[in-house]
Ligand binder design. Sequence first.
Ligand code: 15L
Length: 272
Amino acid sequence: MSRLLLTGASGALGRQLAARLAAAGHHVLLTDIMPFPDPVPERCEFRAVDLADRETVLALGAAGVDAVLHFGAASTERAFEEVLGPNILGTHHVFDLARAAKARLIFASSNHAIGFHERGEILDEDCALRPDGYYGLTKAYGELLARLYFDKHGLESLSLRIGTCAPKPTQARHLSTWLSLDDLMRLIEAGLRVERLGCRVAWGVSANARSWWRHTDPSLGYEPQDDAEAFAAALEHLPEPDPVTAHYQGGPFCAIGYDCADDGWDGTPGRR
Ligand code: 15L
């Protein structure tokens, strides 16, 4: 049992985590800019907070916190001005809160920090960052902030480069990227449990037979149990909407605003 702070508690993943963390016996301070849509679980408290409001975020650590689970963000591709407050300023504020509270931090990064790697490439956690939009850029920034705060301030963190976290996979791409909710909880519990966390990046992915991402550090103690392959027959032949989506790991996020073909290039993804 520990005292946790969860940002983004009213979002799709946050709601699931709130219920599961409470059921696992954790005391959780839930925060989000939106009201919490469910009855607040036992051992939990909810506070409405705008991550861009530095003083309010820093005050969240006043009662003491053992670990911060930072899931709050604009979670889809948006204009830079729209991700700036929650994802850039907000993440900075949350890191400062964790630093002041001497808490470890689990950061919900995303596969969109590396989305412009081609499909079929098998990547380790230390692969090059290749963000596929402003959203992915903010996740790459969060991972680098984690590195800076560990090297300069000793803040321990785990950046989870989450693929597609959903109750079940629904697209062909998800056969590689799916993270079950149970495996997400296994990842978080591993990050809370491991004695020396240091500054790690881990793929947020289940044990998918078609995964593009290799878990290279067994010392985290994450043992995924689910595999999207169970859904393959229904999904593997579903068409992709366009060649850019089909070519890159980040899928549809890569295609948003993609205009390489405008400069005379023939538009074949990956040929530049
Ligand atoms: C993400 O990071 C998004 O938050 C989510 O909406 C999905 O698009 C997911 O990545 C994905 O790549 O499937």
